[in-house]
Ligand binder design. Structure first.
Ligand SMILES: *[C@@H]1O[C@H](CO)[C@@H](O)[C@H](O)[C@H]1NC(C)=O
Length: 205
């Protein structure tokens, strides 16, 4: 009898936490989301169906990013991984951007994509990629993807963080209220170009 009683006490605490499914009621912190209580975790937390859905490319960049980060895919929280789908219509571009928290692995699944990154030494590494071809973008570095053909292109990307972050350079410069005079100073661009880009991207000042 005693050994069975002992087992009952020991079993619940004898397994380590296998996962930390995001509790999306809480907020995202640098160390991720808090864990959902295990009794509330379901298979759905570990499944994301959005990467099979064509993104809406009717926008200024003629492209769409469908993230499967912890915020959309709670099961990846705490696991050091996530994914996304890129759709690039003909003429589409994912503008120069960085993921501060993750390296990225891109696999072209349809069409042709010109992809590249710029190192801290300002060396450019870029390549025209076809279906099945893969490129990696090291953590934090500026990179881009451009449709290299006349037909829609698709890529599946994976990240070395459940919350890679995303900062698009042109939006950081021209889609906010940083005064034009300062933007001109920090970029060496002329006033006309800065005002034009602010207008296109929704910036003020
Ligand atoms: C795609 O996005 C555009 C612009 O937001 C919108 O007008 C259009 O209805 C969307 N199309 C679909 C199929 O959701």
């Amino acid at each position: 009898m005693l050994p069975i009683l002992l087992l009952c006490f020991l079993l619940p605490s004898s397994h380590a936490a296998d996962f930390c499914v995001a509790d999306l009621m809480g907020s995202l912190t640098p160390s991720g989301y808090q864990c959902k209580v295990e009794s509330a975790v379901t298979t759905d937390d570990f499944v994301f169906t959005g990467l099979g859905v064509v993104g809406n490319t009717s926008n200024i960049i003629k492209a769409a990013v469908t993230p499967a980060f912890a915020a959309q895919f709670p099961g990846v929280n705490g696991l050091g991984i996530s994914a996304a789908r890129l759709d690039l219509a003909a003429g589409g571009v994912i503008p120069l951007h960085t993921h501060p928290a993750a390296s990225e692995l891109l696999v072209v699944t349809k069409g042709i994509i010109v992809a590249g990154f710029i190192s801290s030494a300002n060396t450019v590494y870029y390549m025209t990629l076809h279906k099945g071809e893969t490129m990696v973008f090291p953590q934090g570095l500026l990179h881009f993807q451009v449709n290299g053909g006349g037909t829609p292109a698709v890529a599946i990307v994976s990240f070395s963080s459940p919350s890679p972050g995303l900062q698009i350079t042109s939006f950081a410069l021209f889609a906010n209220n940083l005064p034009s005079a300062l933007v001109e100073k920090v970029t060496f661009l002329d006033d006309a170009e800065v005002k034009k880009l602010k207008k296109v991207l929704g910036g003020t000042g």
